[in-house]
Design a protein around this ligand. Structure first.
Ligand code: HEC
Length: 147
């Protein structure tokens, strides 16, 4: 293919040569764009998942609060869940005030697919969760589970 292309170059007139080089350039550029896309694909997937989830009607009214990790903790976990999920007991390896340990148990943008939310709504942690904590977890995860 390459040999054929080089051979072909010599048989073309000037205009054709310019056109030929332009096509090669365009192909190379689109390959480059494609590679760049590959690098960002995980980030883009997460963003699309969050955006897609935002199209679903929210189970709770999440308006009026900047749903960062502190806002989630303020909804109740800081006082209730720390009885067991604190820095000393570390029940099930979970410290509720540790962002990365909590972040490991959620899928950003998808509350109902997140272990944390499932545990406090359908699972055995429901016994400790107030409706404020359930809402806090939902809204925080839905907003992207940011720190
Ligand atoms: C009285 C102690 C106690 C309290 C209070 C408590 N938990 Fe738990 N939690 C546990 C135990 C024990 C486990 C492990 C057994 C299980 O998974 O059911 C657990 C497991 C979990 C898990 C699963 C972790 C994993 O990686 O498997 C999550 C998430 C969780 N708790 C969240 C919470 C939240 C949120 C609160 C507050 C609303 C809370 N827990 C309150 C004792 C407690």
């Amino acid at each position: 293919m390459i040999l054929y292309s080089i051979n072909k170059m010599f048989t073309l007139n000037v205009l054709e040569k310019i056109f030929f080089l332009l096509i090669i350039g365009l192909v190379a550029l689109s390959c480059d764009q494609f590679n760049k896309k590959e690098d960002n694909s995980v980030d883009e997937l997460i963003t699309s998942a969050i955006l897609l989830d935002q199209l679903n009607p929210s189970l709770y009214d999440c308006s009026g609060t900047n749903w960062n990790f502190e806002a989630f903790l303020d909804s109740g976990p800081r006082t209730v869940c720390t009885q067991c999920h604190n820095d000393i007991a570390r029940t099930q390896g979970l410290v509720i005030t540790d962002y990365s340990l909590v972040r490991n148990r959620v899928v950003p943008g998808n509350p109902t697919g997140s272990l944390l939310y499932i545990k406090i709504t359908e699972g055995n942690m429901r016994a400790y969760a107030t409706s404020s904590i359930q809402r806090g977890a939902y809204c925080w995860i839905r907003a992207g589970a940011q720190n």
